[in-house]
Every structure is written in C-alpha cells, then in structure tokens.
Design a protein around this ligand. Structure first.
Ligand code: ZN
Length: 337
C-alpha cells in the first residue's frame, strides 16, 4: 500500500482475521464540533489468505438498494465461511447517505464525480481520495452498487463500465456473467468519465462491477434480490465463498451495450413530461419518446422528443416536472458477450 497522505483514520485493522466493524474517521472541524470527525461506517471480514472484494454503496446517498443489501450482508456473512477478505463500505458518501441525497449537504460534493479525490480537499474529495488510494488498492474486485437515485428508474441491472470491445477485459465480463442478473450491460465510457469510482478502480488496475438496481428513491424486493444474489455470486466467482454458496439465476442474462449520445433522450423544453414508452419496451429510431406539455399555456402544442436509434428502454426519468437538458430515457442494445 502506498504511504498514506489521507487524513482519514480507520478504526479497523484490515489485516486482522475475523469480523471488525467501526468507522473511518474523517476529521471535520465545525462550529458545533471543533475536534470532531464524520463517522463513515466500515465492516471488514477476513479469514486467512485469499482475494479481497471491496463492496461499496451509498456512493450516491439516495440510491438505497445497495445500502440495504450491504446492511444485510454486513450482519449475515460469517467470516469463518469465507477465504480471503470482504471490505464493506455501505455509506461511502456518508453525509449524502444520511441526508438521502445524491450529493453531500456539507459541500454539495457528488462523490462519483470527484475521483481521484484530494487528501487536502473538501469532505467529499477526501472520501474519494481515501477510497481510491487506500481501499481500492487492497481489492481484487470492486462492486459499486448504484441505482437511478431520486430522478431515474432502471430496469434492475448489473454493469461493467470498464469494458473494451477488443476483448482485453474478459476478466470483467466473466465477473459480470457471474453476477447473473436478468439484465446486464457493458459500456466503454460513462457519463462521469474517469471521475467515477470505477474510473478510480481502472487507474488502480482493479476490476469494477456496478449495478443500476432500480431507483426513484425506493427499494423493491425484485431489485434487492438481484443485488444480493449478484454480490453473493461474485464472492463465489472470486473464491471468497465456496462453490456450494452460488445462488442459481432465474434464467439467462440478457446482455446489452450502452453506447454514445444517441442512446440518450433529453428534454427539449422546460415543462411537464408525458412518457410515451415504458421501461423494458423495444423502440425504433425516430419513434416518439415523450411529449413536453406547458400547463401554464395549455393551448400551446406539446413538443415531442424522439429516440435517435433502436434499442431497449433501460432507464427512465421519474419526476414529471422537467427542465430542458434533463435525461428522459436511455437505451441499451443487445450484444453477445
Ligand atoms: Zn449512483
């Protein structure tokens, strides 16, 4: 591990066998607490030598499926059953997770747009720095559990965002297949570029899987089941859990690719958004996606947004009030992996 420049102090010993739990202490001197720290919870389970899985949720604080899954796992996983190490960080952007917000109420930091972070930066930049430079290098694989958050809803999916079309990332694809979710997608680039945690994992040479497990600020049994099975099966894939612990999938995985700007549909006007398709629909290039209405002038004709390509509706905006530039839908296209 590189010499630490992070100011964050871990209460847990990452090299000790058994179960440990406590906090990452992020010292934050404010009016109400001069010498206090922000307590970011962490659980470490270790049994002898073996691979390390780093499991993260609450990177965005309003994405709850992963946080629930990792709360369950932190209590249910018996260190005596594993070989290697599992590091669980259920509320990565802790201030955001406590506020139920995508971004931190302390500094408005969007953790998943602030990697590689800054050890001397804002609270959120310090969290990013610690995760990328202290936690990720310990890991053989990262699972960063996201969903659509407050504004978007996904068909619950696993994803591998570090995919390369040239076949050089077969280990990541194999891990994605092990996740065994009904829908899984790959992407060569994402909205956050290399400022995301998966970008940080790429810099550290660590395979990064993720989820978009649902969203719209709530948790469904279906999404939770997909996430919990996937995380379990990735631990089996790594050899941390025994083969007998693998949970059978409901069926084969449908693999999709999410590509460039033509996969996305944005609101063309400020207004009230009327979706014309639903999650899981197959659509055609040129098909109407949504109408924007103007209740303040109901006699004005709505403005229609269209899909730019064929595809599967993977993601949908949930709130009705919408501003020009808001993402309404994004597509995936079937791919053989
Ligand atoms: Zn997210």
């Amino acid at each position: 591990m590189p010499a630490s420049r992070s100011r964050i102090v871990a209460e847990v010993d990452f090299e000790k066998n058994g179960r440990q739990q406590g906090f990452l202490r992020l010292f934050h001197s404010v009016h109400s607490s001069a010498y206090g720290f922000i307590p970011i919870p962490i659980v470490v389970l270790k049994n002898g030598d073996g691979p390390t899985a780093l499991l993260v949720s609450g990177n965005h604080g309003d994405e709850y499926e992963g946080q629930v899954a990792l709360c369950n796992l932190a209590k249910s996983l018996d260190p005596a059953r594993i070989q290697g190490r599992v590091i669980i960080l259920p509320a990565a952007n802790f201030p955001a997770a406590m506020a139920g917000r995508r971004t931190s109420p302390i500094d408005e930091g969007n953790l998943n747009r602030l990697f590689p972070g800054d050890p001397d930066g804002t609270v959120t930049e310090q969290i990013a720095y610690y995760i990328e430079h202290e936690l990720v290098p310990m890991a053989d694989l990262l699972c960063d559990l996201h969903s659509g958050g407050s504004s978007l809803m996904y068909v619950p999916s696993a994803l591998f965002g570090g995919w390369q079309r040239d076949g050089s990332t077969a280990a990541g694809v194999a891990a994605l297949k092990a996740f065994a979710s009904p829908i899984a997608y790959v992407a060569e680039a994402n909205q956050g570029g290399n400022r995301t945690l998966s970008g940080g994992a790429a810099r550290q040479g660590v395979i990064a899987l993720g989820t978009e497990a649902g969203g719209s600020g709530h948790v469904t049994r279906t999404a939770l089941r997909i996430v919990e099975r996937g995380v379990n099966n990735v631990l089996v894939h790594l050899g941390i859990l025994p083969e007998g612990a693998r949970i059978a999938p409901d069926g084969p995985t449908r693999f999709l690719e999410v590509g460039g700007p033509d996969y996305f549909v944005y609101a063309p006007e400020n207004g009230l958004y009327e979706p014309l398709v639903e999650l899981g629909d197959m659509v055609r290039a040129g098909q109407a996606a949504a109408r924007m209405h103007f209740p303040e002038t109901p006699w004005v004709s709505p403005v229609t947004a269209h899909f730019a390509r064929d595809g599967f509706v993977l993601c949908k905006r949930m709130p009705g009030r919408t501003a020009r530039g808001d993402c309404l839908f994004h597509l995936g296209t079937d791919i053989a992996l």
